[in-house]
Design a protein around this ligand. Structure first.
Ligand code: SF4
Length: 319
């Protein structure tokens, strides 16, 4: 048995695992210590038995992605699990990850679920969250976007607007609602006399999701798993801001915050008491005005947005 000391990071585990694999040290012969084991049991360890070493091997890129995510989990058994799966991929079955009923694969799937949680600091400051989100690797969206786009607006705002995901311009400029959809939002806010600088404006998902069509980057709706992965940021920021009113902009934000049963076109503009704020409402996303098929539909969508926001302004005046 060999005790292997590593830092609690994917890179440290990966470097150690490569050496062990090359030496032919099987998972049963390894005790991993990432510093969380206070008292080492080194004295009870004997020299590990080695089997035939492997010098050349390839692992699926998917395993590396999953291992990187699982490494951020707090489960103390994760290093042993990762090495066991790696060993089995190299020595038993290159396609092991396809065997979903396999007990190790099932556990790895659990541990590698995308989530921002390990990256969200305990803090009383939205600015600290804004800084920390730059390092988030909670799902794969960070790989393709220019930067994380966090909120704008004061921490003591009484109203929070929650959109879906940054768009092309937001991604480039690093701020929410600064592109064409932001212009529509600003027009509606001005009409109902709400000042953007008084509002806390954020998105449910912090990295731009898109597909390339020629030179253009076309917005894509984030998948439920990506919305769920990003949710710890939204929970933390709204817990700090504690707005009286939350407005979900669009169906993605509405379903994420008010449940899958929420029907935007039927229930928009209705006040709901939610865990997010005493008064919560959903309305149409400003980009729905831009994407409407024809001018009458654009006008209709804009009127929904403006009239729902007017209810917010009226509520603020009365509170
Ligand atoms: S989209 Fe959210 S969870 Fe995914 S990497 Fe960005 S901040 Fe993290």
């Amino acid at each position: 048995m060999r005790e292997v000391r590593i830092d609690p990071s994917f890179e440290s585990w990966q470097s150690a695992a490569r050496s062990l694999l090359r030496e032919g040290i099987s998972p049963d012969e390894v005790q991993w210590n990432d510093g969380s084991i206070v008292q080492s049991s080194l004295l009870t360890l004997s020299a590990p038995r080695a089997v035939e070493p492997v010098t050349e091997y390839r692992v699926p890129a998917r395993f590396v992605d999953m291992a990187r995510r699982a490494a951020t989990n707090a489960d103390p058994q994760r290093w042993a699990l990762l090495y066991r799966v790696l060993w089995r991929i190299v020595r038993e079955n290159h396609d092991l990850l396809d065997v979903e009923r396999d007990i190790d694969v099932a556990r790895l799937n659990e541990l590698s679920q995308p989530t921002a949680r390990p990256f969200v600091p305990q803090t009383q400051s939205v600015d600290a969250l804004r800084e920390a989100v730059k390092e988030c690797r909670g799902c794969d969206l960070y790989k393709y976007a220019t930067q994380a786009v966090f909120s704008r607006g004061p921490q003591d705002a009484r109203v929070a607007l929650v959109g879906e995901v940054p768009g092309d311009q937001e991604d480039l400029r690093g701020a929410p609602f600064v592109g064409p959809a932001g212009e529509v939002l600003d027009r509606a806010l001005a009409e109902v006399q709400l000042r953007r600088e008084d509002l806390y404006v954020t998105n449910a998902v912090k990295h731009f999701k898109f597909e390339r069509v020629g030179k253009r980057r076309i917005h894509k709706t984030p998948a439920p798993v990506e919305v769920a992965a990003c949710r710890p940021w939204l929970e933390s920021e709204l817990a700090l801001v504690r707005p009286n009113i939350v407005v979900c902009l669009g169906a993605t934000a509405a379903r994420s915050m008010l449940g899958d049963q929420f029907r935007l076109m039927k229930q928009h503009g209705q006040w709901i008491e939610s865990r997010w704020a005493p008064r919560t409402m959903a309305t149409i996303h400003p980009s729905a005005v831009l994407r409407a098929d024809d001018p009458p539909m654009q006008e209709r969508n804009y009127a929904i947005l403006r009239d729902d926001l007017r209810k917010v302004a009226t509520e603020l005046l009365g509170s």
